[in-house]
Design a protein around this ligand. Structure first.
Ligand SMILES: NC(=O)c1ccc[n+]([C@@H]2O[C@H](COP(=O)([O-])OP(=O)(O)OC[C@H]3O[C@@H](n4cnc5c(N)ncnc54)[C@H](OP(=O)(O)O)[C@@H]3O)[C@@H](O)[C@H]2O)c1
Length: 351
């Protein structure tokens, strides 16, 4: 009996039995905890189900939500073991029955929430988007979550105008640097909170950096902009709501997109949202989550972002690249806190 094992780079790698079993590798979180919870496992390759596409993954970013879910800092957690990986870009490897619009070899991407740290993923065809051949894989995959969040908050929720004054809380990470680039493009006057080693990057995008470790951002902003800001974009916790509102002008809005760390913090977030929005100060807090907007809007906004990337109007910051199966090292780097921009995992042929 020959047992044929599938290696995605070389196809047939070992022959031990007669039965043909093709496999692919993925990285799973085996427990709640540090990056050592991430282990490589082998999975049997199956044909895609009806309506499904099998994608050979080429690029997947490592983001804060991957870490938060692994360590258990989210109100709703997936059962263990699970494969992290919030968005992917890759090539269609096989299509299931009834799939139209996608063929083997097509370049595609998806917002997956889970499953991206793997050599293969099975995904519903109606949730995939085509990716132009000219775009760089590592840069493009950062558009699927980080830039989508910043773009939708700026243009769908806030509907910013040239000259609007904004504060970005958490300006140096994956979503934060997307805000900086898109904000600069939109002609915003930006303030950003970041650790001092990352201030140079903020200044390169025209933002005024504030070191939240040593400076009180309310004081700094009130001195420079006594009339107040139009918007605050908050990617951190709800503990900053009071001070965020304090720097807004009457009519200004704080848009909150940071994920709550526990069920208790989620309830606190909801209570604070209600409380602050009842205050008669003309200011509002609005919550944003990608799940709140439909897939049709994702497609439209991704298309707009692909065009900006193609035209060279945005250039995602890629701080580091790792092989997909070295996701553990990439997570260690993200958790070290020294990263400006994005970390991306890539398939071997793209490294
Ligand atoms: N709602 C949604 O749909 C959605 C989607 C994606 C992401 N998110 C949220 O967006 C946030 C950022 O995600 P990400 O993947 O971009 O993270 P990331 O790349 O790890 O960046 C986060 C950055 O925040 C900074 N930071 C940490 N504590 C801070 C504080 N107290 N005040 C200001 N800055 C602080 C850190 O940089 P410094 O060294 O400069 O402190 C860090 O680089 C997360 O809360 C995530 O849950 C939400």
């Amino acid at each position: 009996m020959a047992r044929l094992r599938y290696d995605w780079t070389a196809s047939l790698t070992s022959v031990t039995t007669m039965e043909t079993v093709m496999t692919y590798k993925s990285v799973v979180a085996t427990k709640r905890g540090g990056p050592d919870a991430l282990q490589i496992i082998e999975n049997e390759l199956r044909p895609p189900a009806a309506g499904e596409v099998r994608v050979k993954i080429q690029a997947v970013p490592v983001c804060q939500d991957d870490v938060a879910v692994r360590v258990g800092k989210r109100p709703f957690l997936p059962k263990l073991p699970f494969t992290p990986g919030y968005s992917i870009l890759g090539l269609v490897d096989a299509v299931g029955e009834g799939v139209t619009g996608f063929a083997v070899g097509d370049r595609v991407a998806a917002l997956t929430s889970f499953g991206g740290y793997a050599e293969m993923i099975y995904w519903p065809a109606d949730k995939l988007v085509h990716i132009p051949a000219s775009l760089d894989a590592a840069e493009t995959v950062t558009l699927i979550l980080n830039y989508l969040v910043a773009y939708q908050i700026l243009h769908r929720v806030a509907q910013v105008k040239t000259g609007d004054k904004v504060l970005i809380i958490g300006a140096s990470g994956g979503v934060g640097t997307a805000f900086l680039q898109l904000g600069q493009l939109a002609g915003l006057r930006m303030f950003g909170l970041a650790s001092p080693g990352k201030h140079q990057t903020l200044m390169e995008y025209g933002a005024v950096p504030i070191d939240y470790h040593t400076q009180d951002f309310v004081e700094v902003i009130r001195q420079t902009e006594p009339d107040g800001l139009d918007f605050v974009f908050n990617g951190m916790g709800e503990e900053v709501f009071g001070r965020g509102l304090a720097v807004l002008r009457r009519g200004g809005r704080l848009i909150h997109y940071g994920g709550p760390e526990s069920f208790g913090r989620f309830l606190l977030l909801v209570l604070k949202l209600i409380f602050y929005n009842l205050l008669p100060n003309g200011k509002k807090i609005v919550g944003y989550g990608t799940h709140r907007l439909g897939v049709e809007l994702f497609q439209e906004d991704w298309t707009a972002l692909f065009k900006l990337l193609e035209a060279g109007e945005i250039k995602p910051l890629i701080a580091a690249k790792f092989p997909i199966l070295e996701a553990r090292k990439a997570n260690e780097l993200l958790e070290s806190g020294g990263v400006v921009g994005n970390i991306v995992l890539l398939s071997p042929e793209l490294l």
